[in-house]
Design a protein around this ligand. Structure first.
Ligand SMILES: Cc1cc2nc3c(=O)[nH]c(=O)nc-3n(C[C@H](O)[C@H](O)[C@H](O)COP(=O)(O)OP(=O)(O)OC[C@H]3O[C@@H](n4cnc5c(N)ncnc54)[C@H](O)[C@@H]3O)c2cc1C
Length: 404
């Protein structure tokens, strides 16, 4: 069977569905293919932190500013796909007070609302926080429900004319005359797709997808573990106020606290050995902030693989690799119409999608403006409808309570 579309998007994580929605709202004919259920990759295995930007304020002001802007946008358009919990950066007795001061000053410079609280006020706001907490700053962090966000975004794209195929892996990309012409897809959408443009939004798998078109997209993925423990009493996100390290974030997720994470280089995103030391390290480190999580029953443990792009082999330690996003126009590699979008964060997926759709629209000669920053996701206000969509797109994921 041969199908035609203007734009074929590969990957049904946050980035891919974001691109599909953005293009559909601009009136572009778009088809998305995902090899599993939606959110079956990293998106459904993330921590679910809606970053305020505070985590990156002193090291990456540009990335932090983007997080802040996207945090505000998602709060206004994404309804019950996000939760406004607030968050704290907690300084323990062993932590460098200068680091706290530096982060707070950087947040203020960037316009991130911060409020400093002493240990007593923190204990009142966060029952169970350690006695070792000396002070904390409140920031506008929040929580994302990745399954809901991806399902609502895909549904909105579909309402605006997009076609979404799950269990539809891209098996080959077709290139002729110096441009991409389509793809061979397997699974539930088996057949040939003709397309004017193809967007590779395959996250940590972007390298293997690009190879199908003879293009090199070097990825340096790192894996991280999350441990969800039974802990119904946590309201805000907790971040340890120290330079990024293993086990420094606790995210409230319904009746659980999700502890994370680690950063270990992996060669193949599908070959992810699961190491018990990561689980133990994360529990131990997070228990330094919230002691009861050390003994709380574990609901599930899951790993995600960061889609880090790094053409430089030298930066192999994981945390040195940029977490910004990269938009690669493969016309420069001799394959016109083929674009890869890699890196970034769940929080910034909409901005990644906007930049990608801008580029694709320029190539298609379409000048319709982006509308995704202001148009609410249609299903997002209705939790029952969101549950139906999550089931329909098989977007149930470990990040939202499904055990692997
Ligand atoms: C441990 C960890 C914790 C994180 N925590 C946070 C956080 O708290 N907040 C935050 O903002 N960000 C967080 N991130 C980052 C964030 O999760 C990712 O950047 C984001 O989800 C990536 O989305 P994506 O759509 O680009 O990739 P993915 O979600 O991986 O989507 C790519 C999709 O492509 C599909 N695919 C692959 N090959 C093919 C093929 N041949 N054909 C069809 N489909 C294919 C895959 O199945 C996958 O679903 C975290 C990441 C990790 C690893």
């Amino acid at each position: 069977m041969v199908r035609s579309t203007d734009v074929l998007v590969i990957g049904g994580g946050a980035t891919g569905v974001g691109v599909a929605r953005d293009l559909a709202l601009r009136g572009v004919d778009v088809t998305l293919v995902e090899r599993s259920g939606l959110a079956g990759g990293t998106t459904g295995r993330s921590h679910g932190l809606l970053h305020s930007g505070a985590r990156y304020a002193e090291t990456d002001p540009e990335g932090a500013t983007e997080c802040l802007a996207e945090n505000r946008i998602l709060r206004s358009i994404a309804g019950a796909c996000v939760r406004e919990t607030g968050g704290y950066f907690v300084q323990l007795d062993a932590d460098d007070p200068d680091y706290f001061d530096e982060k707070r000053a950087a947040c203020r410079d960037l316009g991130i609302d911060v409020e400093t609280v002493g240990s007593d006020a923190l204990r009142e706001a966060v029952p169970g926080v350690t006695d070792r907490a000396e002070r904390a700053m409140h920031v506008p962090d929040g929580v994302i429900y990745p399954s809901r966000l991806v399902a609502a975004t895909a549904a909105d794209a579909r309402e605006h004319g997009a076609t979404i195929h799950t269990y539809a892996p891209v098996e080959d990309l077709h290139v002729g005359g110096g441009r991409v012409t389509g793809a061979t897809v397997g699974g539930d959408a088996a057949g040939r797709f003709e397309a004017t443009a193809v967007v590779n939004a395959a996250g940590a798998w972007a390298e293997s997808c690009a190879e199908l078109a003879g293009v090199d997209v070097p990825m340096r993925p790192t894996r991280g573990v999350m441990v969800a423990v039974d802990y119904p009493d946590l309201e805000p996100v907790l971040n340890r106020c120290r330079p990024p390290a293993d086990g420094d974030i606790v995210v409230p997720h319904d009746r659980e606290a999700v502890l994370g994470t680690t950063s270990v280089a992996v060669d193949d995103p599908d070959d992810d050995p699961r190491e018990e030391w990561e689980v133990e390290r994360v529990r131990e480190e997070c228990a330094a902030m919230l002691p009861a999580v050390a003994d709380a029953p574990v609901g599930r443990t899951y790993w995600g693989v960061r889609p880090l792009y790094d053409p430089d082999e030298a930066a192999r330690d994981g945390r040195g690799v940029s977490r910004d996003f990269f938009l690669l126009d493969h016309a420069a590699d001799g394959v016109d119409g083929f674009v890869s979008v890699v890196g970034g964060k769940l929080t910034t997926h909409r901005a990644m999608a906007e930049a990608t759709a801008d580029l694709v629209c320029r190539r298609l000669g379409t000048d319709a403006p982006c509308r995704t920053a202001t148009e609410p996701l249609t299903a997002a206000a209705d939790p029952d409808r969101l549950a139906e969509l999550v089931a329909e797109f098989d977007a149930c994921a470990p990040a939202d309570g499904v055990s692997e």
